[in-house]
Design a protein around this ligand. Structure first.
Ligand code: ZN
Length: 296
């Protein structure tokens, strides 16, 4: 009898240890991908591939009695549908628009510096934010919206969404919509997949939420540590009417975003000199100048 009970107790503790390990590993794989030092940005070759094991819910063993649930946090606000954009090309007649976009923030350093430059030059831009970062820096996310910029969903944990199950995918989208709403009071209409890695399932999920997926037309490759001169040349050579310029407000290689901060006033002045006006991605869509291959 005693031996049997001991065996059962042993089996139970083995299962519990296994569960704890599975949950811990799940947490780690997210942490490794988004550890706040943020190697990120489209095209990073060594980004760890996303795995299903990093969703702790899916590792639970069904036949084990669950421990008591921790205290329930206050309910989230219900996410209202984003306002659809009504095209109004007339409003932007004779204007040559371009949109500046900043991915991967908010953070405690660069996003604020970028906001100050945008305010100084009276430019409105679009920030594609990572849910985990909004959770860490809700005040900066709020500031983005309060200062008249547009805010977009850039996933919860910056994983390659094209490799996720539809359940994990919805989780990445919805959790981020929720944290943006909680921090800023707005429902984001725009979404940009990390690394630009989309799939049909992703586009379906985005469209189901009445959102639009946004690529870019000019990649500054700021995350790779490109020099200011290199990026300046690239932007001037590749910007056209209705263009969307990709930059970052967090992450990338060491000091990479210092170059972005230096580049920003230079391209604002130069593009203005060439007759461009700065718009948010939403305004670009409203104007009809956004390319249909870029905004889906
Ligand atoms: Zn990104």
């Amino acid at each position: 009898m005693r031996g049997k009970r001991t065996n059962r107790t042993y089996a139970l503790s083995r299962t519990l240890v296994f569960m704890a390990l599975a949950v811990w590993l799940g947490g780690c794989s997210i942490a490794q991908q988004w550890d706040g030092n943020g190697l990120s940005g489209p095209g990073i070759a060594d980004a760890a591939p996303a795995t299903e094991t990093s969703v702790p819910n899916e590792t639970a063993t069904p036949d084990v009695v669950k421990p008591e649930q921790p205290a329930v946090k206050p309910p989230d606000k219900e996410i209202p549908a984003p306002f659809p954009i009504v095209p109004n090309p007339e409003k932007y007649k004779n204007k040559k628009l371009v949109a500046l976009t900043f991915d991967d923030g908010p953070d405690g350093k660069y996003t604020q510096q970028i906001l100050e430059i945008l305010e100084e030059y009276n430019v409105k831009a679009t920030f594609f934010v990572v849910g985990l970062q909004v959770e860490k820096y809700p005040e900066i996310a709020k500031k983005i919206v309060e200062e008249g910029h547009s805010i977009g969903n850039h996933s919860w944990s910056h994983r390659d969404l094209s490799k996720l199950s539809s359940k994990a995918l919805d989780n990445e989208l919805n959790k981020t919509q929720q944290v943006i709403l909680n921090a800023t009071g707005v429902t984001s209409l725009l979404m940009r997949a990390p690394y630009g890695a989309i799939s049909n399932a992703l586009l379906n999920s985005v469209h189901q939420e009445n959102m639009k997926h946004v690529f870019w037309t000019v990649d500054t490759r700021d995350w790779a540590g490109s020099s200011v001169a290199e990026m300046h040349k690239n932007v001037l050579a590749h910007t056209h009417k209705g263009g969307i310029i990709l930059m970052h407000s967090f992450g990338g290689r060491k000091h990479a975003i210092d170059h972005t901060v230096k580049l920003l006033p230079i391209i604002i002045k130069d593009l203005r000199e060439r007759g461009y006006e700065f718009a948010t991605v939403e305004q670009l869509i409203e104007s009809g100048q956004a390319h249909s291959s870029v905004v889906k």
